[in-house]
Design a protein around this ligand. Structure first.
Ligand SMILES: [Zn+2]
Length: 438
């Protein structure tokens, strides 16, 4: 819905009390303080469902090849630097700065292997007032380049459990209202052993009821023989990649433990899933963090939009910084538009679909649709103020771009320009639950 000259009324608790045309504002609300943002725009806060904290300084890192080589050459060494608590503190501040600049009010954050670094991330996020779900990156297996990030299997489980106990919903004591929440986060199937997968399944079964999340990568690089998908199915002997996370990590996809899928489970990428894998994700209420910017950067291919959407799985958007070299969700949405327009089964994503993917779909993936994602009365008021005058190219495109004589199409064209021509300087203010974050 688009409301020209609209008003968003936020109550003292930071909850949306009313949303509609300013002219229709009920008398009882007319006494409120009014902040006039005309001719700007209010949009729901952006939701990034896949972003890597320990890669804060690793976007636009030249690795020369695709995913696995880029991890070895650029990412594992960069993530090892967070072993130094002072550096981790610096990274946590910079990470929150970038989130605020980009208007990302909620995020599923792939964490550092190091508990001190995760403490710094949660502390800083709390101080800045942002929403976060994060968990330490779990690795119990991997190449030499990852050795600083690898722990024993027992330590991996103990550190994960400890992080949940220390940070999950600690800010309010209730996951239904908390801004700080924890996820169980193995980097991907290649970074853990089958024993670890069994242990994580037991652990996750234990903590699901507390609202803990699960997050990992799925089906990203399909280079024949040596890519991530080929190596995963070879390593576990499973028939399809998703089975490794679904308790079926034994040869021939035999059941070896509990499933990690569910309505608080988000899988990044899912570029090359079979129809059966997509159906299983949908049936379990799991979600996909779609990261088209990263998929271009690492040559991972294009997630088939029509086939994936048809499966019924929730498709939210992720920057995947640093595989993605863009922090701003609207720019990732612009990439989504371009890559799906260029698919064999080309689709021109509607501007409202783009906005939905970067906001309410993210809230749904986080199982927080009843709290955030749009301006429905009763939700927390998470929003960004976009002031086009702060980014003249956006201002000019809005002022002088061609618009249809059809009012609805003209509205959609304006939204498309707003999203795709926006850059970070245009985001003037960012609010979480009605409070300005800075
Ligand atoms: Zn990633």
């Amino acid at each position: 819905m688009s409301i020209p000259d609209g008003a968003l009324v936020v109550d003292e608790a930071g909850v949306v009390a009313w949303c509609g045309r300013f002219a229709d504002l009920p008398d009882a609300l007319r006494t409120a303080d009014v902040r006039d943002h005309r001719p700007g725009f209010l949009l729901p806060g952006f939701v990034d469902t896949h972003v890597h904290f320990p890669q804060t300084f690793s976007y636009d890192a030249y690795g020369g090849e695709q995913l696995l080589e880029w991890l070895d050459r650029c990412i594992f060494p960069a993530e090892a630097r967070l072993r130094d608590p002072e550096f981790a503190e610096l990274a946590a501040g910079a990470f929150c700065d970038r989130r605020i600049a980009a208007g990302t009010t909620s995020a599923m954050v792939f964490g550092s292997a190091f508990p001190d670094a995760q403490d710094a991330l949660f502390r800083e996020t709390r101080r800045r007032g942002l929403r976060i779900v994060s968990g330490r990156g779990i690795q119990t297996d991997g190449p030499e380049a990852a050795s600083a990030l690898v722990t024993s299997e027992d330590d991996a489980l103990a550190l994960t459990r400890d992080e949940i106990d220390r940070w999950h919903a600690v800010d309010t004591g209730d996951p239904a209202t908390a801004r700080l929440q924890v996820a169980v986060v193995p980097r991907f199937a290649l970074s853990v052993t089958s024993r670890t997968l069994r242990g994580l399944g037991e652990l996750y079964d234990d903590v699901r009821g507390r609202g803990v999340y699960f997050h990992t990568h799925l089906s990203e690089n399909d280079r024949p023989g040596t890519g991530e998908i080929a190596q995963t199915t070879q390593k576990f002997g499973c028939r399809r990649y998703l089975d490794a996370y679904d308790g079926r990590f034994l040869p021939d996809s035999a059941l070896g433990g509990a499933s990690l899928l569910g309505r608080r489970s988000i899988f990044a990428h899912a570029v090359h899933c079979s129809d059966g894998e997509l159906a299983r994700l949908a049936a379990t209420g799991s979600s996909i963090a779609h990261c088209p910017t990263s998929q271009q950067f690492l040559g991972s291919g294009t997630m088939p939009w029509r086939r994936t959407a048809r499966s019924g799985v929730t498709i939210a958007i992720g920057t995947d910084v640093g595989g993605g070299d863009e922090w701003l969700i609207p720019q990732v949405l612009a990439d989504a538009y371009k890559v799906h327009m260029s698919e064999p089964a080309a689709v021109a994503l509607h501007p409202a679909q783009l906005l939905f993917s970067g906001t309410l779909a993210g809230a749904r993936a986080l199982d927080q649709e009843s709290r955030i994602g749009n301006f429905d009365v009763g939700k927390d008021a998470d929003f960004v103020v976009v002031d086009p005058s702060r980014w003249p190219p956006l201002d000019a495109a809005l002022d002088y771009g061609i618009r249809s004589s059809d009012a609805e199409l003209a509205r959609d064209q304006t939204l498309f320009t707003l999203l795709t021509a926006m850059r970070e300087p245009a985001i003037a203010e960012v609010y979480v639950a009605g409070s300005l974050v800075a």
